[in-house]
Structure formats: structure tokens, C-alpha cells
Ligand binder design. Structure first.
Ligand code: PHE
Length: 448
């Protein structure tokens, strides 16, 4: 049982800190670029609002009523098939820690970039590209060093627990992150490139929406609001009594979407304004952006440092939430001390993360590539495209069908009021059907 609970604002910031992460600032802009903009953004937005928000309430509810780790909460709330529902919780716990295997490596790159930008910026995109690719494929030592720093920071925060570690971290970093991202956005607003960025992100060109883009957009919607791993569930187990889950979900989803759009618009404005080739793929913020910052002159130097600091903050607050479900699981299931659990869970992503790191390098690439993807990309794909939507589907089915309606209603009636039936309908029918269609598409059973 938990003793220390979040404060109200602490919970909102921690849940928002979980949601706002590398997904928003690193991944969203580059996949939007990769999949052609507008139509992709629209599918993502529709999924977040229509399905994501609905399931977010359900996920919070499981933690809030279950009061245990992911697996334990499912088990204690399930009227029947307890052992099977426990597995749904386990799926999320594993998804979180598997995401961490590459997430921590990327946070490491960001730390490295903070250090690098302190001294100089690349004078052109090609120079930036060479630098990034060199780091990625040759500099094993550098990546290893910063992945280790990332591991140490995350483990030491988690050891301090919900109140002293996670809440404190978010209370400081989240407001700073919002200030930095807003300042850059307001600057972008004054540039001509802004209208091009706006068109790129919001004028849908449906011909660009391949079925792969569709699946990626749905998967990303889950990833970005932290759905399906039990991160939000685990935090919700430490909610103060009488919390308004609907309001909290709304704030978290709104903040996350707001920051993703803000980051996307800012980055694309800069890219259009300074004519940098939007480098496709994960290198976008590490290649195109530094070259653009160089073009901006002195202001660019300041922006570059602030940007990578904001990115590091976003990454760290999400990383603790990705690892916490495993930490809490170890505490609840094996009665380990929190510090022991924090170290064990972190060690797992640290060690497996080394494999992810090596799989991008020239020396080990071949060894660590399986089929079409290397280990790093597989971790990303399996978690974001498969495990999270599946985890979300199981949460929807659990609250929609397995839990007694009376219990769900009792917990939500004050906050949802007459909207309850609508939400319940979305949860029981629209969300699961949409997710099953997406999964069948992913498996190649149907295509559109
Ligand atoms: N939402 C985080 C991001 O956008 C990642 C995350 C996924 C965190 C799932 C927790 C659970 O980067």
C-alpha cells in the first residue's frame, strides 16, 4: 500500500510530464514530416480526442480504484478471470520498460547535444548530418557515457519515490519546459515561415495517407498521451481521494496536444524560414535544427541550448513514468524496497538499452538487425505500434465490460454527469472497434 500521495497539482504535472515527452518534441515533428503533414496530423488528432481521451479516463480509473501497480490493480478489480486480466497489466508494464531501452539512449543523445551546442553549432545541414551520423554509428563511447548518465538520473529520482522524487521533478521541470517552448513558439510566430508551417501541418492531403501512415498516427496518439503502459494508471494509484479523473484527463490530453502542435509549428517554421532540408527521420531535431539555429546567429545559440534543455526535461519526466510501473510492480509483488526496485527496473532498461545503442553502430548493425529493422527500431515499433494500442484496447474492454457498470458509474458520476452514457458508449464500442480495425490493418488482414 502506498503512503505518500501526490498533491492535486503534483499529479496533474506528473501525468502531463509523462505525456509530454520525446514523443511531442522529437518524434511528432519527424513522423509528421515523414508522412506528409496535414492528413497525418488530423488522424493523430482525431485518435487523441476520440479514442485517447476516452481510454485515458478508463486507465486513470483502474489505478484510482485499484490502488496497486498495473498488474495488481487489474487483478484486484476483476470480478472474474483475475489471472488473465493480470496479464493485461503485465503487458503495459513490459511495454514501458521496453520503450525505455531506446528512450534512454535518445535522452543520452540530447545530453550530448546540450554539451556540444555549448561550444559550437554546425554551419550547414550536411555538417550537422555528418556529426549526427558519426555519433550514431561510430561514437559508441560517447553514447554509452550519456546513456549511463540518463540511467543514473532516472534511477536516483525513482529511488526517492512518488512525492520526493517524481512529484518534485515535475513541479520544477514542467513549468520550465512550457516557458521555453512557448518563448520559441512566439518567436516563430513573427517569422514568415510560420504560414508555410501552418499549411504543412493543417492542410490535409489525403493522397499522402498510406495505411502505414494511418497505423503510425494511431500508435503515436497512444504513445504521446502515455496510454496503454500503465504509466498513468500507476500514477493514479497515488491520487488523492475524491479526485476528478475526467478533469485531470482533459488537462493532460490538452497540454500534451498543445505542446505537440506548438513544437511542430515552431520546428517547421524554423525549417521553412531558413530553408533547411527537413532531414527525414529521427535526425530531424539533431540535424536540421542545429543548422537552422546556426543560421539564426546569436539568438540561435541561445535557442539551441534552451531547446535541448527543454527536450531533456521532457524526456526525463516521461522516462520516470515509463519505468515507474515496473518499480511499483516489484514493490507490490515481491515486497522489495523502493530503492531496490528502482535500481532493478532501471538496470534492465540500461542493459538492454546498450543493445539498442549498439544496433545503430557500424560495427554491430548487421548483427543486431532482424528483418527490416535494427533492434532500436524494433523496440520502438513493437511498443508504439503494437503493445500500446493493445494495452489500450484491453483497458477499454476491462472498464467497459469486465468491471460492473455500477462501480464505474459510481466513481465517475460526479465528474461526467449526464455525459457518462456517451463516454461509456465510446469506451465499449467506438474505441475497441477502431483499435481492432487498426490492428487488423497492421497485421495485413484488412487494408484501406
Ligand atoms: N508520452 C511519452 C512521450 O510522448 C512517452 C510515454 C509513453 C510515456 C507511454 C509513458 C508511457 O514521449
Amino acid at each position: 500500500m502506498k503512503i505518500a500521495r501526490f498533491s492535486r497539482i503534483g499529479f496533474i504535472l506528473a501525468a502531463a510530464g509523462s505525456a509530454v515527452g520525446l514523443g511531442n518534441i522529437w518524434k511528432f515533428p519527424y513522423i509528421t514530416g515523414e508522412y506528409g503533414g496535414g492528413a497525418f496530423v488530423l488522424v493523430y488528432l482525431m485518435t487523441v480526442i476520440g479514442i485517447g481521451f476516452t481510454i485515458m479516463i478508463a486507465e486513470m480509473l483502474i489505478g484510482y480504484l485499484g490502488r496497486l501497480d498495473g498488474a495488481g490493480s487489474f487483478e484486484s478489480l476483476a470480478p472474474r478471470f483475475k489471472a488473465q486480466w493480470r496479464l493485461a497489466g503485465m503487458l503495459g508494464i513490459w511495454a514501458g520498460i521496453l520503450i525505455m531501452t531506446f528512450y534512454s539512449v535518445v535522452i543520452g543523445w540530447i545530453f550530448h547535444y546540450i554539451v556540444v551546442t555549448l561550444s559550437s553549432l554546425p554551419a550547414s545541414v550536411s555538417e550537422a548530418e555528418t556529426t549526427f551520423n558519426h555519433m550514431l554509428s561510430e561514437e559508441i563511447g560517447t553514447q554509452f557515457l550519456f546513456h549511463t548518465v540518463s540511467f543514473l538520473i532516472i534511477a536516483s529520482i525513482l529511488m526517492r519515490g512518488i512525492k520526493g522524487g517524481i512529484e518534485k521533478l515535475n513541479l520544477v521541470l514542467m513549468p520550465l519546459l512550457i516557458v521555453i517552448m512557448s518563448a520559441m513558439f512566439f518567436y516563430a510566430l513573427t517569422l514568415d515561415g510560420f504560414s508555410l508551417a501552418w499549411d504543412f501541418m493543417f492542410k490535409p492531403d489525403w493522397s499522402k495517407l498510406s495505411s502505414d501512415a494511418f497505423v503510425t498516427a494511431v500508435g503515436h496518439a497512444f504513445f504521446t498521451i502515455s496510454l496503454g503502459t500503465g504509466a498513468i494508471l500507476t500514477y493514479s494509484a497515488s491520487l488523492p481521494k475524491k479526485s476528478n479523473l475526467v478533469q485531470s484527463s482533459l488537462i493532460v490530453v490538452a497540454l500534451d496536444t498543445g505542446i505537440a502542435l506548438l513544437a511542430g509549428l515552431t520546428l517547421f517554421t524554423f525549417l521553412y524560414q531558413y530553408g533547411a532540408e527537413p532531414a527525414k527521420g529521427p535526425g530531424l531535431v539533431f540535424i536540421s535544427l542545429p543548422a537552422v539555429f546556426y543560421e539564426m546567429g546569436v539568438l540561435g545559440n541561445v535557442f539551441a541550448i534552451l531547446f535541448f534543455i527543454a527536450l531533456a526535461f521532457a524526456g526525463l519526466t516521461s522516462a520516470v513514468s515509463l519505468t515507474e510501473p515496473m518499480v511499483q510492480y516489484l514493490v507490490d509483488k515481491f515486497s522489495f524496497k523502493r530503492s531496490t526496485s528502482a535500481i532493478l527496473a532501471s538496470l534492465f532498461f540500461y542493459l538492454v538499452g546498450i543493445i539498442a545503442l549498439l544496433s545503430n553502430t557500424t560495427d554491430y548493425k548487421e548483427l543486431l538487425t532482424f528483418g527490416s529493422r535494427n533492434f532500436f527500431d524494433w523496440m520502438d515499433y513493437i511498443t508504439a505500434a503494437i503493445m500500446l494500442p493493445l494495452g489500450g484496447l484491453l483497458m477499454a474492454l476491462f472498464v467497459g465490460y469486465a468491471m460492473p457498470k455500477t462501480q464505474v458509474y459510481a466513481a465517475l458520476k460526479d465528474s461526467l454527469g449526464r455525459g457518462f452514457e456517451f463516454w461509456y458508449f465510446m469506451l465499449r464500442y467506438i474505441a475497441p472497434i477502431s483499435l481492432v480495425v487498426v490492428m487488423l490493418n497492421l497485421l495485413g488482414i484488412i487494408s484501406f
